[in-house]
Design a protein around this ligand. Structure first.
Ligand SMILES: Cc1cc2nc3c(=O)[nH]c(=O)nc-3n(C[C@H](O)[C@H](O)[C@H](O)COP(=O)(O)OP(=O)(O)OC[C@H]3O[C@@H](n4cnc5c(N)ncnc54)[C@H](O)[C@@H]3O)c2cc1C
Length: 374
């Protein structure tokens, strides 16, 4: 049994960023992550530029790794009506295979400890956390950050509300060889879902889509769904016909919940998707995960350094700051998603949007943050 200042459960973008930031602030940090690096993840792999100043301040420069500069967005309806607009802030295209691994290596070089096991439970007693893993490891700390992503058995153990409800969404992702502009992120609508296309550092094109589970189930498998539903959109039909798959099989995840969650539960500070997932069409989940890690690291540092700053105050401040920073964009994301999934409303909204790039720009601004001030 070993005691750390901070244990981070989950080494995705939120967990790794919090680990790096906290280590740079002088704390002992253990990350418990269930999968070895590098690994692919279901994600659109478009990172909004708003987090680059913060990443740079931690010594992480994504352009060094060949991340694509993306400054244009295209959007199309099921019928193939399309509009393009300049992205107000822009972003970069980088695979999660590369991105998470860059952060992992940085964290390791700084002295962050890693335990590659699955966390099974988090208990808080007498001002101390105890985290138990599937290989009978028990680790203790003053602080636990929950950064284990969208859904985990830990949510059941912590008796979180959202886990009681089933979710209707699944996602599919794979990389392809395909001629595609490196400065473009394209979002194409199809019945019951939408898919994103953008290039990553390897030159591959990432195709990642979110679909309604009921619609998907009717088609029984990915091939049928791609052929009968996704390919109704002419842009996606052309992509699927001409692109060469680089994965043996696409990756899939199900039970993606967009329900509200709390940013603090059972004294655990939740970070990234564990605290709340924005609809992927906004292309902002990774930035939110990284930004939340910054907020958590700063408040935790204050807690560990200042005896007069209580745990109650820490929890209150984190929840407050999380809401202040992210609540509005989550709300806008939910509204946009519900319009997109209602056939009648989406026809009206999309036919208006394709005539006016300004509408699209306003929506992008409302679902993104400003560049993080350092
Ligand atoms: C279809 C889709 C497309 C998306 N596209 C984009 C996009 O283009 N741009 C964007 O910004 N965002 C996008 N997102 C959102 C983005 O992927 C997430 O917001 C982001 O991955 C959140 O990072 P995270 O660190 O919170 O979680 P994750 O990256 O999911 O990391 C969680 C980590 O915890 C580990 N873990 C889980 N349970 C345990 C356990 N019990 N013990 C130990 N480890 C555990 C997992 O292995 C994982 O490594 C998309 C999401 C979806 C579903």
């Amino acid at each position: 049994m070993k005691k750390y200042d901070i244990i981070i459960v989950g080494g995705g973008l939120a967990g790794l960023t919090a680990a790096i930031d906290s280590k740079l602030k002088g704390h002992t940090v253990l990350v418990i992550e269930k999968k070895a690096y590098p690994h692919h993840k279901v994600c659109g792999e478009y990172v909004s530029n708003e987090v680059l100043p913060y990443l740079n301040s931690l010594g992480i420069f994504l352009d060094k790794y060949g991340a694509m500069n993306i400054n244009t967005m295209q959007f199309s309806t099921v019928a193939g009506d399309a509009v393009s607009t300049h992205l107000p802030l822009g972003g970069v295209g980088i695979s999660r295979y590369a991105f998470d691994n860059i952060l992992y290596k940085k964290a390791t070089n700084l002295g962050v400890k890693f335990c590659f096991q699955s966390a099974l439970s988090i208990q808080f007693e007498n001002a101390q956390f105890e985290v138990a893993t599937d290989q009978k490891g028990i680790y203790t700390s003053s602080i636990v950050i929950g950064a284990y992503g969208k859904r985990s058995t830990l949510d059941k153990q912590l008796k979180r509300d959202f886990i009681q409800h089933k979710s209707a969404w699944l996602a599919v992702k794979a990389h392809y060889k395909y001629a595609f502009p490196s400065n473009l992120v394209a979002l194409h609508n199809f019945k019951g879902g939408y898919g994103g296309l953008s290039k990553v550092e390897s030159g591959a094109v990432n195709f990642c889509y979110l679909a309604n589970y009921a619609d998907f189930q009717k088609e029984k498998n990915i091939d049928n769904f791609n052929k009968n539903v996704v390919s109704k959109n002419p842009f996606l039909a052309s992509f699927l016909k001409n692109a060469e798959p680089l994965f043996e099989e696409p990756l899939t995840i199900a039970q993606i919940s967009f329900n509200s969650k709390k940013a603090v539960e059972s004294e655990v500070l939740m970070c990234g998707d564990t605290a709340g997932l924005i609809h992927p069409l906004c292309g902002n989940g990774m930035s939110m995960a990284i930004h939340a890690a910054k907020i958590a690291s700063e408040l935790i540092h204050k807690f560990l350094a200042d005896k007069n700053y209580s745990r109650i105050q820490l929890n209150e401040d984190y929840q407050k700051e999380w809401n202040f920073t992210f609540r509005q964009r989550l709300w806008v994301g939910r509204r946009v998603q519900s319009i997109l999934m209602n056939q009648t409303l989406s026809n009206v909204a999309l036919s208006t949007a394709v005539k006016s790039p300004q509408i699209l720009r306003t929506l992008i601004e409302r679902t993104h943050g400003k560049p993080i001030q350092i």
